[in-house]
Design a protein around this ligand. Structure first.
Ligand SMILES: *[C@@H]1O[C@H](CO)[C@@H](O)[C@H](O)[C@H]1NC(C)=O
Ligand SMILES: *[C@@H]1O[C@H](CO)[C@@H](O)[C@H](O)[C@H]1NC(C)=O
Ligand SMILES: *[C@@H]1O[C@H](CO)[C@@H](O)[C@H](O)[C@H]1NC(C)=O
Length: 401
């Protein structure tokens, strides 16, 4: 009893100390956001504590919390929902019950969770995908992938690719009544990274690439090579996702080596032979003036991290590093970024590069947005910001797919 009371008291003290952390003035639902942020930060701190004293790994603790939010596949009046596998990859299918004369549109959805956490089973994703199927009268395929740190890059990418390739086969599309010319692939956060990488990879499959009519990327991470972008420096301690936590997870995606996050933190993690890639993150040309403020772009220090990790230079982990010839072939792209998000500038730079190469791009930056808001759409943790992002995404799909 004494110990439990102690833990509870500790939790309250931590919670209260985070609760009074000021947030930017233009953010709406101030108190709710502060309370959710304090909860997230307290969980992270407890997770770090448990990891440091050797009780359980950081990501295992967070994962346990997220799993409490998992849903079963439940059909309703309008949508038949089933869990199955595509090429051994778990998927949840949302099939509208309404019969139609013509084939339906389809959306493939890849969930976020920093490559280490989460599932399409989370209530907010189940809600989003059901909503998409309903609103668009579309077939929705939500896919899972094996997670870090048990599995490292490129397993997550390969799982996603395997499921997408399975779905895009003519006989499968026919089976589900899908129009092969009206398919979108979407994802948020690390799911956005995987979406962008898989869309690029699909350009190597001539018989399938034309079936992906468009891609939608919601606050995606698109590069790791530069951890000193303006959005990184401005949002070090941002709401829900801090720079430290993002670096921790992205490192776990690539390796178990605990030196990597420290090198990324210092922005000295890239090998000497990666110099040619930095033109793709040179934000002095790729970011709009208003985001640069008075900062001056400086080249990163190379060679400060000794192990050579293929993922650090691989476009399948970092779609922003793909060359112009590849980017030019990409389909119509929708990008949502948030002002108070370390990944904001990744999205801006991808939008700039794609636009410069003649790809059709719609990019919305939410001036009062922050990372992860789309995961706050179910009771009791819902935010208007989450619904706003959902509605922007659905409207864009409805008008373009
Ligand atoms: C970044 O781009 C600017 C403008 O093109 C250029 O002057 C500068 O040399 C580049 N910086 C690096 C480190 O490549
Ligand atoms: C990298 O390796 C070299 C030689 O093994 C060593 O001298 C150097 O200190 C190492 N650098 C880092 C950052 O670990
Ligand atoms: C561009 O990248 C693709 C994929 O990595 C590669 O196959 C191709 O050779 C590259 N093209 C040029 C012109 O560098």
């Amino acid at each position: 009893m004494g110990f439990k009371a102690f833990c509870f008291a500790l939790f309250c003290i931590l919670y209260a100390s985070y609760l009074y952390k000021p947030i930017p003035g233009n953010i709406k639902e101030t108190w709710k956001v502060m309370a959710l942020d304090a909860s997230a930060k307290t969980c992270m701190l407890v997770a770090s504590f448990l990891e440091n004293i050797g009780i359980m790994r950081f990501e295992d603790f967070i994962s346990k919390i997220i799993m409490m939010d998992y849903t079963q596949s439940t059909s309703d009046e309008y949508i038949t929902v089933t869990d199955t596998t595509f090429n051994d990859v778990p998927v949840r299918l949302y099939l509208p019950k309404k019969k139609s004369e013509t084939p339906k549109r389809a959306v493939i959805y890849i969930h976020g969770g920093a490559f280490c956490l989460g599932s399409f089973k989370q209530a907010s994703y189940d809600f989003l995908n059901r909503w998409t199927a309903n609103r668009l009268d579309a077939v929705v395929v939500a896919l899972d992938y094996r997670l870090a740190p048990q599995y490292h890059f490129p397993v997550q990418f390969e799982d996603g690719l395997a499921a997408v390739k399975h779905f895009l086969q003519d006989n499968i599309l026919k089976k589900y009544g899908v129009d092969p010319n009206r398919i979108c692939i979407s994802g948020d956060s690390s799911g956005g990274t995987l979406t962008a990488a898989i869309t690029q990879e699909m350009q190597n499959y001539p018989e399938m690439k034309s079936k992906i009519k468009m891609q939608a990327l919601v606050y995606p991470g698109l590069q790791i090579i530069d951890s000193h972008l303006p959005s990184h420096l401005e949002n070090k301690h941002s709401i829900i996702l801090t720079r430290d936590i993002a670096i921790k997870f992205v490192s776990l995606y690539l390796t178990k080596d605990e030196e990597l996050p420290r090198a990324i933190e210092r922005n000295q993690h890239m090998p000497l032979e990666s110099r040619h890639l930095f033109k793709f993150t040179n934000w002095s040309t790729l970011l709009p003036e208003k985001l640069k403020k008075n900062r001056i772009y400086t080249a990163s220090v190379l060679g400060g991290y000794n192990s050579s990790l293929p993922g650090l230079m691989d476009i399948r982990a970092q779609p922003l590093l793909a060359n112009d010839s590849l980017l030019r072939t990409l389909p119509s792209t929708y990008i949502i970024t948030c002002q108070y998000d370390i990944f904001r500038d990744d999205g801006f730079m991808y939008a700039t590069r794609l636009r410069n190469l003649g790809v059709q791009v719609t990019h919305h930056n939410l001036e009062d947005g922050f990372h992860g808001a789309l995961s706050y759409m179910t009771f009791p943790f819902y935010l208007q910001l989450g619904f706003r992002i959902r509605d922007m995404y659905i409207n864009w799909l409805d008008q373009n797919l």
